[in-house]
Design a protein around this ligand. Structure first.
Ligand SMILES: [Zn+2]
Length: 148
């Protein structure tokens, strides 16, 4: 069960997340796109997990920085996300797949987008980026409806 509400991030925590994402971005493995992405997820317990995008010559195996961070967090026992900072050269949004993954563990989380200078280009709730999403409750309802 996830919290419906998190207190607003402090300026210090916001900056800490952006810095962690920027640092993770330095470790991106992007020989094909040359577009490094760094992400840092703050969990409800207060821990921060970072990730970078990792590209594979068989492109379908590539993973985004946000999902790297998310899967690191979940594999370490964290299942409730409070916020994510994503740092790219031009401060853009997480892709659709990452929005879906983040929604699974943080439907009420905040998203911060920043560029490589650390300047915030957008900050707001994930639900604005992925409205009317498919979520675990809808899956459960659908399974119930399939029962004979
Ligand atoms: Zn993505």
């Amino acid at each position: 069960m996830t919290a419906d509400y998190f207190p607003p991030l402090t300026d210090e925590l916001r900056r800490q997340l952006i810095d962690a994402a920027a640092e993770a971005r330095q470790r991106a493995y992007v020989p094909y796109s040359l577009y490094p992405v760094g992400a840092a997820i703050l969990t409800a317990s207060g821990k921060i997990f970072t990730g970078c995008n990792i590209e594979i010559a068989s492109f379908g195996a590539t993973v985004c920085g946000e999902r790297t961070a998310a899967f690191k967090a979940v594999s370490e026992g964290e299942r409730e996300f409070r916020a994510v900072a994503v740092v790219t050269s031009n401060g853009v949004a997480p892709c659709g797949i990452c929005r879906q993954v983040l929604t699974e563990f943080g439907p009420h989380m905040s998203v911060i987008m920043a560029n490589s200078d650390g300047k915030i280009s957008w900050e707001g709730p994930l639900s604005v980026l992925l409205p009317f999403c498919f979520d675990p409750q809808q899956l459960a309802e659908g399974q119930e409806a399939c029962k004979p």
